[in-house]
Design a protein around this ligand. Structure first.
Ligand SMILES: C[S@@+](CC[C@H](N)C(=O)[O-])C[C@H]1O[C@@H](n2cnc3c(N)ncnc32)[C@H](O)[C@@H]1O
Length: 221
């Protein structure tokens, strides 16, 4: 992983990840993420869902409730600390599997064409551009044609027009890649890989976006 990134979460941050996120969002995060997954994500009963960078499993549990017993949620993460937390947190959910895996690398063969949905929350911005390419190349192998790819992350915006607290957060507390991500051409770059924007919601004063892409591999040619 790039030294300019802060998205691999370990140690103290991994241990108190939920708590830190709750505090940072002034305790709005639990309600927010439920709304995103239950109201803004097109999960059918029985969908197979991949979460790339599953963290401590909070989102995976919400997805497992939505997809039901016939579906499966597979959470991939590179951090041993996060994997341990996620396995503990999700152990009562038989339709969740937590796998240690670097999403920049090819996935185990059994997942080829397996997923109806891929979900990525606050991971994309922390990848260097060449890593984004690798991540997408590998993702395309494990999702079905017509699958949805959801990205929850910082919205593309002019940083100078954002509130002072957000500017401070992005410039001084986040990694340099996060600042660059604000001017990244997400839709064009995803389109090159066959991911066509089909829906988008904005949150937290338009600073956070939730984008739905549909995987149509031939549409970009
Ligand atoms: C900011 S956290 C977000 C966790 C979770 N998606 C959420 O929204 O609560 C980013 C997560 O992505 C994982 N991650 C970062 N780079 C990764 C990679 N190359 N492969 C797999 N997981 C990665 C980190 O270990 C961490 O758990």
């Amino acid at each position: 992983m790039s030294e300019r990134s802060k998205v691999v979460i370990t140690g103290f941050e991994a241990k108190y990840y939920d708590e830190l996120l709750n505090i940072l969002s002034l305790f709005q995060y639990p309600r927010f993420i439920k709304r995103v997954i239950f109201e803004e994500t097109d999960v059918k009963n029985g969908s197979n869902i991949a979460e790339l960078g599953v963290g401590n499993g909070r989102n995976a549990i919400l997805f497992s409730q939505k997809t039901g017993d016939k579906g499966k949620v597979v959470g991939f993460d590179i951090s041993d600390d996060m994997i341990e937390k996620a396995r503990k947190k999700t152990q009562k959910y038989p339709n969740i599997e937590i796998i240690k895996h670097n999403i920049l690398k090819p996935y185990p063969g059994k997942y080829k064409n397996f997923f109806d949905i891929a979900f990525m929350s606050f991971v994309f911005h922390g990848l260097e551009d060449y890593e984004k390419e690798k991540m997408l190349e590998n993702l395309k192998v494990i999702i079905k044609k017509g699958a949805k790819f959801y990205i929850l992350d910082y919205a593309q915006t002019n940083i100078e027009n954002t509130p002072f607290y957000y500017r401070f957060f992005i410039k001084h507390l986040e990694c340099p890649l996060a600042l660059e991500f604000l001017s990244y051409n997400l839709d064009e770059n995803l389109k090159k890989h066959g991911f066509i924007l089909t829906n988008r919601h904005f949150h937290f004063k338009n600073l956070i976006s939730y984008s739905e892409y549909t995987f149509l591999p031939n549409a970009s040619k």
